[in-house]
Write a protein that binds this ligand. Structure first.
Ligand code: GLU
Length: 415
């Protein structure tokens, strides 16, 4: 079976919204493709003395609303079209959250699990040297994404600062706290999703204390979603998975023990007192809330008819294909679309930019309370739009976000 092309999917989603919005044809044409693409070859000295050439990308999708913003992924299956789609989704995400930012994404085709720390550092620094002229605090600001973390952001910020000849903390977000990072950035993606779930359950008769969750993916977003599901909502997580498979226990899983087991063994599977299940089985469990937190296209037309959750909260980017979207909508499942549900990460990244620019750092309570307000506002804006136009939550999110980017383009005189 050929994998769906995420960029084609993002274009289909835009086309659908363009129709509903009666979008100006020129605006539609500009928004269908990225504004700028940078392709780089990255020669890296390996620990055994040999050179290896990696391929990297940075896609700046649209900057009508401000400098472009978005993470960098390190992944063996990275493709240019995945990065294009992710850059488009960042554009809609920033617009939906009303941040003064456009959208971008970066990627390097590599398997970070097979690289030593020194090789990883060399690769990160080489990437920044290659894209130096195209990024900057007022141009394009990268951040972490799949398989990148605060240490990698620190190396990248350092490399950029060395070339600039001065400290440029504002060039990248998701940095360690000691190096201009923001408190509350680590758990921001999961936390933002949980704040929205708190509101979404009001549409259904779900009692949080009795509700059950299944979480697919146990990286940064998945782990913090699990941690906060227990800590903030008091709900039960019955299943968790990662790329190797999943585990199930009807009496509930402890997120910290699962994390420790994954740290020790490399996966969540084979955890004592749990039953091993497949990722596919996890998606189809009879739970109240399903949280896809890993990669694209995992809910498709084949498994969508079997999904039993009442709410699908998309912490991953692009987990649902358009055919699956229609099926879930017809089944009355409340899908909280990715660029709404996972927008907590970039929102706190924006707070980090504000703190870097003002050289004044906030307290955690302030980060949490402004994040909560912004996430809940965005949720109700999308919910009300979906009711007004009688469309799915995803289409509603597109209507709001694309409308805002289109307004900015018109005001700037681009069309
Ligand atoms: N990579 C994250 C996302 O997909 C965060 C981006 C950022 O903080 O700029 O939203």
């Amino acid at each position: 079976m050929t994998k769906p092309n995420p960029f084609k999917i993002s274009q289909m989603q835009l086309d659908r919204c363009a129709k509903t919005l009666h979008l100006d044809q020129n605006i539609h044409e500009i928004l269908r493709v990225p504004m700028r693409e940078i392709h780089v070859s990255l020669p890296v000295r390996m620990d055994d003395g040999t050179m290896r050439i990696f391929q990297g990308f940075r896609i700046q999708y649209n900057d009508a609303k401000g400098p472009t913003k978005g993470g960098i992924r390190f992944h063996p299956d990275e493709t240019i079209d995945t990065v294009r789609a992710l850059a488009a989704w960042m554009t809609w995400k920033c617009a939906l959250m009303d941040l003064p930012l456009g959208g971008a994404k970066g990627g390097i085709i590599c398997n970070p699990k097979e690289l030593s720390p020194i090789e990883l550092e060399n690769l990160s620094r080489t990437y920044i040297r290659s894209i130096y002229n195209f990024i900057g605090p007022n141009k394009d600001i990268p951040a972490p994404d799949v398989y990148t973390n605060s240490q990698i952001m620190a190396w990248m910020m350092d490399e950029y600062s060395k070339i600039a000849g001065e400290n440029k903390f504002g060039v990248i977000t998701g940095k360690p706290i000691r190096l201009g990072g923001s408190v509350g950035r680590d758990d921001a993606t999961g936390r933002g999703g949980i704040y929205i779930i708190q509101e979404a359950i009001k549409e259904y008769n779900i009692d949080l204390e009795k509700s059950t969750f299944a979480i697919q993916g146990y990286g940064n977003a998945g782990y913090y979603a699990a941690h906060l599901t227990k800590a903030l909502l008091g709900s039960k997580i019955v299943a968790i998975s990662d790329s190797k498979g999943g585990i199930y226990n009807e009496n509930g899983l402890d997120p910290e023990s699962v994390l420790e087991h994954k740290r020790l063994t490399g996966s969540v599977i084979n955890m004592p007192n749990t039953e091993n299940i497949t990722n596919q089985e996890l998606l189809e469990l009879n739970v109240d809330i399903l949280i896809p937190s890993a990669l694209e296209d995992i809910i498709d037309k084949n498994n969508a008819p079997n999904i039993k959750a009442k709410i699908v909260a998309e912490l991953a980017n692009g987990p649902t294909t358009p055919e699956a979207d229609d099926i879930l909508y017809q089944k009355g499942i409340h899908v909280i679309p990715d660029f709404l549900c996972n927008a907590g990460g970039v929102t706190v990244s924006y707070f980090e930019m504000v703190q870097n620019a003002s050289i004044y750092y906030w307290e955690e309570a302030q980060v949490h309370s402004i994040l909560e307000k912004r996430m809940k506002n965005a949720y109700y804006t999308v919910l009300n739009t979906s009711k007004k136009y009688k469309v799915s939550m995803r289409e509603a999110a597109y209507i709001v976000a694309v409308g805002r980017v289109a307004d900015a383009m018109k005001l700037r005189g681009w069309v």
